[in-house]
Each structure stands twice: as structure tokens, then as C-alpha cells.
Design a protein around this ligand. Structure first.
Ligand code: PIR
Ligand code: CA
Length: 333
């Protein structure tokens, strides 16, 4: 089978990057250094209309990641976008955080301002449900960049939204191995039962996993292009990369940090960024050594339907051009 760029999912569309019809998304995140980049891309990209930010416990506790989301919004002048806190723990398992890579705050490195943007008083899962119900059917894309707890809860609490969501484009998993265990990536391992619900629900699911995001390395040339923008959001982004890079070097031996989460946002904004292949993905939930693995079948063995799409390649230059243009656009606000 040859790799293909598949069209951007069902529903009303024909959107072109930078065209007149940006894609409406809800960003469900656990900031997190790379989640902060996802927020910046979602806000600054002309291809995205950011309808809400919801948070989920993951990289750090719910309280910390929610404060971090509001701090990013404050730095980037994101006003008028609801920010709501969702689930404080996975569906079944105890909370596991990633302090080794994101620090005690969940976003160590930059000095974080006291948030000036309000916290929406609703539960994040209610914000997801209410936003999907209030927008035209087939218009909202869910972009989860943390554990899938909120998305699974929304599907269970309001099954009517499953058919109204245009697609779910998530950062998580990978077919070539994990980053917490040999088999499992953090977001899936943190809440595999939620991932099972999300991949098993009848909405289109696209997995942007480590196979793609480990190509999104913020090398020194990228950091200096961002620094050259000379604005407060750009300086914030550089500080994030500096800490994230040090942790990735110390804990995983990377020469430059992989900026995972904006890859999913970038794919929604412009399908040319990520090469996709049809596949079927099952979530391992009972493995001795493989819990949290995204078992990916590109060939339909056992006559499974190739009902998911899986990222297999990144157009790195396009990705960073989009990311840097978005940070520049934010700075202009
Ligand atoms: C990144 C993450 C968690 C643990 C490590 N070691 C690295 C977070 C990122 O925010 C991203 O969403 C995903 N989980 C990558 O595994
Ligand atoms: Ca994340």
C-alpha cells in the first residue's frame, strides 16, 4: 500500500488552508509545554477557529494544567474562548503525571503570569457537549492532546454528540513503540479505558502518534526563528522549548525536543502536514508488558475494517512554517 494524503474527514468541507473556511475545533489538553504550542497554533492559525479549550489531568494535576492553560491564554491574548476544567482523574486508573518531563508545575521554565482570563464555571465535559450541540452538525472537530478521559465521558454522557462531531484528531499512541514504556505512549497509557471508548465510538478517529510527532523536533534553528519574532509570546515559547529540551535530553537522550501536540492541530488546519494511512487501532488494556499500546493494523488482518486513520509522516518544514506564522500572528494581537 502506498501512503496517501486522505481528505479531511466527512462533513461540510472543502476547506483549503488559509482559505475562507477555517475548521472549528475544541482543544482538549493538559498543558504541558507542547500543549501550550497546540494552544498557540489553534489561536494563531488562519485554518482554525478555536471554539473552546478544555483541560484534563495528565501531564500534571487538573488544577495545575488548568492554571497553565489560562496562563497561556493570558500571554497570548486569547479572550472570549471558554476555558473549562474537565476530569481530575482517569476513568479507572489512578492519576499518573509526567513531572519528569514537564516539571512540578506541568509547564516549568517560563515565568507564568497570574491568569487574567476567566475560568468557565461549567465542567469541561459539559462544555464539549454543549459546544457540539450548539454548532451545526458535522462542524466541530475534537482535538485531544492529553489523556482521553473527557472525550470518553462526553461520548458516554451524550451519545447524540458522537454523530454530530466531524472527527476526532488526537495526539496519542503510535505504532512504532511508546515513550513511557516500550509499548505505550503517555496519553493512551494514562487512560487506556477512555482511549478504548474513543477509538470504539462511531465517529472518525485520526491518530497522530509518536511516529509523526518525533519528527517535530524543535532544533536550534527553529528556536532562533521563534526568538527572532521578538515578542512576549515568542519569548514564552522559547523558554518552554529551553526547559522541554533539557528534560528531553536528560530523560530520553533527544538532541532536540519533539513538540507533539500542535501536530494534531496542524493536520486539522492543513491536511498536507501529516501523511495518513487507513488502519484499525485497538487499545491494549490487559497486557502484562503492553498496556496502553495502540495495536495498529494497516492490513485488515482478521477482516477488521480499516476504520481509523493513522499518521505516518510529517512535512516538517510546513509544520514549523505554520507554527512560527501562528506565533507571529498572536504577537500582532
Ligand atoms: C510528553 C508527554 C508526556 C510524557 C512525556 N515523556 C512526554 C505529553 C505531551 O504533552 C503529549 O501530549 C504526549 N503526552 C506525548 O506522549
Ligand atoms: Ca499533552
Amino acid at each position: 500500500m502506498t501512503d496517501t494524503h486522505l481528505p479531511g474527514g466527512p462533513g461540510p468541507g472543502g476547506d483549503t488552508p488559509g482559505g475562507s473556511s477555517p475548521r472549528s475545533i475544541i482543544l482538549d489538553c493538559d498543558p504541558g509545554h507542547d500543549d501550550a504550542f497546540a494552544i498557540m497554533l489553534a489561536h494563531g492559525s488562519p485554518g482554525i477557529d478555536l471554539k473552546a479549550i478544555t483541560t484534563v489531568a495528565g501531564n500534571q494535576t487538573l488544577e495545575k494544567v488548568t492554571r497553565n492553560a489560562r496562563a497561556v491564554a493570558t500571554i497570548c491574548g486569547i479572550t472570549g474562548v471558554p476555558i473549562a476544567a474537565g476530569a481530575a482523574a482517569p476513568l479507572v486508573r489512578p492519576l499518573r503525571v509526567a513531572a519528569d518531563i514537564h516539571g512540578a508545575s506541568g509547564m516549568d521554565g517560563p515565568v507564568l503570569p497570574a491568569p487574567t482570563v476567566p475560568l468557565d464555571p461549567r465542567h469541561g465535559v459539559d462544555v464539549i457537549i454543549e459546544t457540539v450541540r450548539s454548532q451545526p452538525a458535522g462542524s466541530i472537530t475534537l482535538v485531544p492532546t492529553g489523556p482521553l478521559t473527557n472525550i470518553a465521558l462526553a461520548a458516554r454522557l451524550a451519545p447524540d454528540i458522537v454523530g454530530r462531531v466531524r472527527e476526532v484528531v488526537l495526539m496519542g499512541g503510535g505504532y512504532g513503540g511508546g515513550n513511557v514504556t516500550a509499548a505505550a505512549e503517555f496519553n493512551i497509557l494514562a487512560d487506556p479505558e477512555a482511549a478504548h471508548i474513543v477509538f470504539g465510538s462511531p465517529w472518525p478517529v485520526t491518530m497522530v502518534g509518536l511516529d509523526v510527532t518525533h519528527q517535530a523536533l524543535a532544533t536550534p534553528d527553529i528556536a532562533s526563528r521563534i526568538a527572532d519574532l521578538g515578542t512576549a509570546p515568542a519569548a514564552f515559547a522559547v523558554d518552554l522549548l529551553e526547559f522541554f529540551g533539557r528534560m528531553y535530553s536528560a530523560t530520553q537522550g533527544f538532541a532536540a525536543p519533539p513538540v507533539h501536540d500542535p501536530c494534531a492541530v496542524a493536520l486539522v488546519a492543513d491536511p498536507a502536514v501529516v501523511t495518513l494511512r487507513p488502519a484499525h487501532v485497538e487499545i491494549e488494556r490487559t497486557g502484562t508488558h503492553t498496556t496502553g499500546m495502540t495495536v495498529t493494523d494497516f492490513a485488515g488482518r482478521g477482516a477488521v475494517a480499516l476504520d481509523h486513520r493513522v499518521g505516518v509522516g510529517l512535512n516538517r518544514d510546513l509544520f514549523w512554517d505554520m507554527m512560527i506564522a501562528a506565533i507571529a500572528a498572536i504577537s500582532a494581537c
